[in-house]
Design a protein around this ligand. Sequence first.
Ligand SMILES: [Zn+2]
Ligand SMILES: [Zn+2]
Length: 374
Amino acid sequence: MAQDYYNMLGVERSASVDEIKKAYRKIAMQHHPDKNPGNKASEDKFKAATEAYDVLSNPEKRSRYDQFGKDGLKGNGRSDFYEGDLSDLFQNSPFGSFFGGRGRDRQQPNYGEDLRIKLKLNLQEIAQGAEKKVKVKRYTSCTSCRGNGSEGGNAIEKCGLCKGHGSIRKMAQTLLGNMFTETTCSNCSGTGKQIKTPCRSCHGQGRELIEDLITFQIPKGVRKGMELTLRDKGNVPPRGGISGNLIIQIDEEEDDLLKREGNNICYTLHISFIDATLGCEMEVPTIYGKVRLKISPGTRSGKVLKLIGKGIPTVDGYGTKGDQLVFVQIWTPQELTKEEKELLLSLRHSSNFIPKPNKKEESFFERIKSFFQG
Ligand SMILES: [Zn+2]
Ligand SMILES: [Zn+2]
């Protein structure tokens, strides 16, 4: 560890003992091996910071270090060294509650992983809400050992090697006195616990992979990209703890006829120019089923009819709903029989068939604009 102790803790050379404690506490909290199992970089950082703290928190050692660097600490022949018993760094440290009381109460809770699934919904389900069932492969508490990983659910014993501390403290005699180093217990990987006979069905993991059928309610008005969180329906962590969540990502199925625009539904209705001219009644699909729509005589192409409340409810549940907008399109025949053609030719120059747009009427685009605004 070639790094300078002050740099190691990120403090000035003039830092007070309090500042040093604070800096160390921060690093230790972040890089403690219990919090980063198997992370070598974190472990190294934790060890280096502990070493730095050990020196800088002790006025004698700190002044040696300031004067002579690390060589001063090793002694190199000097006999006037501080010989006192080094205080137990952890027990007398300001964060005794964090490191102290080794064993069970020191444990951070285990968190299980969140699971994510995508769920496609059609417009009907979005508009009316739906009860959905999904099959999810997830870890749940092992039924044989009731989640503790011990055969038959028997009580778990303290690790014999570390006596439940989760770490091994080694003492080294130095000229400065007894130096303590701490390493994560290899026997229990820092858990402080030891399972005598691992549960046969989960191999001591305390959890089993199952295919779970989960039923839940989709609220009305959801849209693509929204996420629903089902608490505790994710994975149970090994040997118990706090379950992860199941996160449902909402996706929308495209409808062939009905297009969603916010909470409104847009639909294009094609009618013949005869129906548009004479007026008629048409059947129109909505997400709530078919409705009959009156087309008044003389309906122009591009007219927008509003079916109030046939849109999608707002997701906040205050009961407000969008509308369905019906865009009327006049169908122009692509082919004609001889008789049809003759009939139309006879009407061609009839005065009522000659366009006479009224200037006072709103233009097509203005009408569409007013629908989306109003
Ligand atoms: Zn088990
Ligand atoms: Zn152990």
